[in-house]
Design a protein around this ligand. Sequence first.
Ligand code: GTP
Ligand code: MG
Length: 276
Amino acid sequence: MQPREKGSSASEERQASRPRPAKLALVIPTLHEASNILPLLCRVRLALESCRIPYEVIVVDDDSADGIDSLIASISAEDPRIRLIVRHGERGLAGAVLRGWAETDATCLGVMDADLQHPPELLPKLWYAMAAGADLAVGSRYAQGGSLGGWNVSRHLVSRIAIWMTLPVQRSGLRARDPMSGFFMVRRDCIDGLTFQTSGFKILLEILARADLRSVVEVPFNFGRRYAGASKAGPRVAVEYLQLLLRLCRQKGRTPSRAECAEARAELEKQDVVRN
Ligand SMILES: Nc1nc2c(ncn2[C@@H]2O[C@H](COP(=O)(O)OP(=O)(O)OP(=O)(O)O)[C@@H](O)[C@H]2O)c(=O)[nH]1
Ligand SMILES: [Mg+2]
């Protein structure tokens, strides 16, 4: 694991003093993933059982009408921690993830893809990083020990360029090597009150740029091959990514973080400018 924190021993102390999250909610966004869901849920449940933590798994499907509802119903009947939410008339990976997170009281919010490119066996490591006090734990293909699996040279290059473009919006001391990962966990209180872009795939980048984070930990993993079905990434995802990047670039420098707001408020209170 590679901690990326604000650098001082004070930040390490703060991380160690963070209360352990009480419950994990893992959201799995799906669009035409019925052929992947059973092997995925089987491995996810085994991995999470090994952590001995309260958890729930929320599959958020955008009306794929591919039989995923009856597959999940058969599991939910014996294990109500596995839930399905079907969105009608809506599309977008990020929006699906946010919807799942809105439907849980869990204090630790997670996400992973349904196509088994994200190995469920990494979930305990992400959870332990959160339990140790990280605000954000990222399954990382670019951290030392991680890999991109069978990507060809051109996809590799596009990915590198896309990551390089994030450098102006990522914050010093909180940078992730894999800001485009779709496999991560974040503390709920770090994103409470923020409104995110619901279109597109790259919710992690927006969290890295805007959430009230004190520590980011990257856990390396080997990106697998899609188990079954077809990719949903395409030119539209690239356009939505560029829109997000532009917006984050414009916002940078003028949106103070919640911690900065709290600091400013405390200062004003000291000066008797603000009263409760
Ligand atoms: N609910 C929902 N899920 C989506 C949507 N678009 C993609 N997903 C899911 O998001 C996850 C990631 O999509 P993928 O198609 O695997 O994208 P990718 O991993 O970047 O691309 P590949 O490497 O080609 O597989 C999968 O679980 C998809 O089913 C959407 O509009 N709505
Ligand atoms: Mg995929």
